[in-house]
Design a protein around this ligand. Structure first.
Ligand SMILES: *[C@@H]1O[C@H](CO)[C@@H](O)[C@H](O)[C@H]1NC(C)=O
Ligand SMILES: *[C@@H]1O[C@H](CO)[C@@H](O)[C@H](O)[C@H]1NC(C)=O
Ligand SMILES: *[C@@H]1O[C@H](CO)[C@@H](O)[C@H](O)[C@H]1NC(C)=O
Ligand SMILES: *[C@@H]1O[C@H](CO)[C@@H](O)[C@H](O)[C@H]1NC(C)=O
Ligand SMILES: *[C@@H]1O[C@H](CO)[C@@H](O)[C@H](O)[C@H]1NC(C)=O
Ligand SMILES: *[C@@H]1O[C@H](CO)[C@@H](O)[C@H](O)[C@H]1NC(C)=O
Ligand SMILES: *[C@@H]1O[C@H](CO)[C@@H](O)[C@H](O)[C@H]1NC(C)=O
Ligand SMILES: *[C@@H]1O[C@H](CO)[C@@H](O)[C@H](O)[C@H]1NC(C)=O
Ligand SMILES: *[C@@H]1O[C@H](CO)[C@@H](O)[C@H](O)[C@H]1NC(C)=O
Ligand SMILES: *[C@@H]1O[C@H](CO)[C@@H](O)[C@H](O)[C@H]1NC(C)=O
Ligand SMILES: *[C@@H]1O[C@H](CO)[C@@H](O)[C@H](O)[C@H]1NC(C)=O
Length: 325
């Protein structure tokens, strides 16, 4: 009976021996990345309680809490780029050490998109997205990328750099109000950290696509003339005029239109529309020519000639009559 028991114990011992001194040691939580300056709170647990001592080996000052089978480590601020951490279990005659080999201490700030204000229509502009601090263990990490995209389509991206730029010529119609997204990824071991920023693009434009039109380019006296000026711009441009005369001229349609209900000769001339907003100015002009007296001006020389002719003929006749024969 006892031999049987002894044999069972021996068999048990055979199985126990290889597992001896190997209580399970683990560190929780399983995070392996900590932001530079942030706190770190880890707990080391041992699956058995026959150890003589349980402790942490860390190069930074920390606070401790411990209990049966566990020990807690709290570092208020991680200020070392390299942070070897070990949980050490002493069983009297030997030590068991559990090391969290790779702790990534990193800096990864939220990206910022520039410009924060407007871009100008039809000009070469640049959108930059950068991360003010990007470091892993004190240096710029190669396993990172940053991209700028619009409607899910990548505009440009860069790898292993803290910034990306996109050069383009904005178009008021196509680009105003576009949502630009900047996304940054940082690979830490098997973990991917992601941060992003977005911005709505504001495109502004000095006045362009300027046009001017008039109901008449030649007119006769008392005609009604309407001249309209039009342009595109953002903000909406303002209009003013340089006119041959301001007499009896009406402005309407936010000053885009000038109306002369009964045009006179003095309304003849160049109608110049001046367009401006805070980003620039533009202009357009049209000549409106008075021809109400044009026939008279053609006839006048004839009349003059006729009058002159009559005078000459009259003179000759008079001379002939008065000349004593
Ligand atoms: C401590 O106890 C575990 C089981 O709880 C055992 O496997 C291990 O051999 C023991 N270690 C020592 C040093 O006694
Ligand atoms: C650390 O985390 C444990 C739970 O995981 C919590 O009980 C403890 O209060 C935390 N310590 C500090 C200092 O926040
Ligand atoms: C266990 O670790 C302690 C502290 O590091 C050390 O003093 C001791 O000599 C170690 N024991 C063995 C057997 O290695
Ligand atoms: C980010 O980009 C902007 C615009 O190019 C620049 O003014 C700023 O200095 C950059 N910041 C960093 C941290 O590189
Ligand atoms: C950036 O890295 C992430 C994670 O490694 C990857 O999924 C993504 O496709 C990369 N993006 C670009 C634009 O390379
Ligand atoms: C994309 O980025 C590269 C490198 O920063 C730059 O040289 C290139 O001009 C960018 N492309 C566009 C379209 O902006
Ligand atoms: C853009 O950012 C705002 C807040 O910053 C957020 O509410 C919005 O969902 C973001 N849009 C996209 C498309 O990511
Ligand atoms: C401005 O003119 C261009 C051609 O010169 C035309 O393609 C565009 O549609 C015009 N835009 C507006 C707002 O009229
Ligand atoms: C002025 O131009 C805009 C866009 O270019 C157009 O939608 C509008 O109809 C034009 N107005 C006139 C009076 O021509
Ligand atoms: C309209 O145009 C006239 C002529 O240039 C100018 O005197 C006037 O101030 C303008 N009015 C507005 C509201 O811009
Ligand atoms: C009428 O205006 C046109 C164009 O501005 C100019 O060439 C012409 O001399 C003007 N005629 C008169 C009679 O003022």
């Amino acid at each position: 009976m006892t031999t049987v028991l002894l044999q069972i114990m021996a068999v048990l011992l055979v199985f126990w021996v290889p597992t001896m001194h190997s209580c399970e040691v683990s560190i929780h939580p399983k995070v392996n990345a900590v932001m530079f300056g942030a706190s770190l709170n880890l707990t080391c647990t041992v699956s058995c309680n026959n150890y003589t001592e349980l402790r942490w080996e860390v190069a930074l000052p920390f606070m401790l809490k411990k209990g049966d089978g566990w020990i807690n480590l709290y570092i208020t601020s991680v200020t070392e780029w390299a942070l070897p951490l070990s949980c050490l279990v002493n069983y009297g005659d030997f030590n068991q050490t559990y090391t969290r080999k790779v702790i990534y201490v990193y800096e990864f700030s939220t990206p910022v998109i520039y410009p924060v204000s407007e871009v100008l229509n039809d000009h070469l502009e640049k959108i930059v997205c950068n991360i003010s601090s990007l470091k892993v263990r004190g240096s710029i990490p190669s396993h990172s990328n940053i991209s700028l995209s619009r409607d899910g389509k990548i505009l440009n991206s860069s790898h292993g750099k803290p910034s990306v730029e996109y050069n383009f010529v904005p178009n008021l119609e196509h680009d105003d109000g576009a949502e630009i997204l900047c996304q940054a990824n940082l690979l830490l071991g098997s973990q991917v950290l992601r941060k992003n920023a977005n911005q709505t693009l504001k495109v502004v434009a000095s006045p362009y696509n300027v046009s001017i039109s008039a109901t008449h380019v030649t007119y006769k006296v008392d005609a009604k003339i309407v001249v309209t000026c039009n342009a595109t711009g953002k903000p909406n441009p303002e209009y003013s005029w340089e006119l041959p005369s301001k007499v009896n001229v009406e402005f309407s349609n936010s000053n885009r239109t000038v109306t002369i209900n009964s045009a006179k000769e003095f309304h003849n001339g160049t109608y110049r529309c001046l367009i401006h907003n805070i980003y620039g100015k533009n202009s357009a002009q049209i000549d409106i020519v008075f021809e109400g007296k044009s026939r008279n001006w053609v006839i006048a020389p004839v009349i003059t000639m006729l009058v002159l002719g009559a005078i000459i003929i009259g003179g000759v006749v008079y001379f002939c009559r008065t000349r004593p024969l």
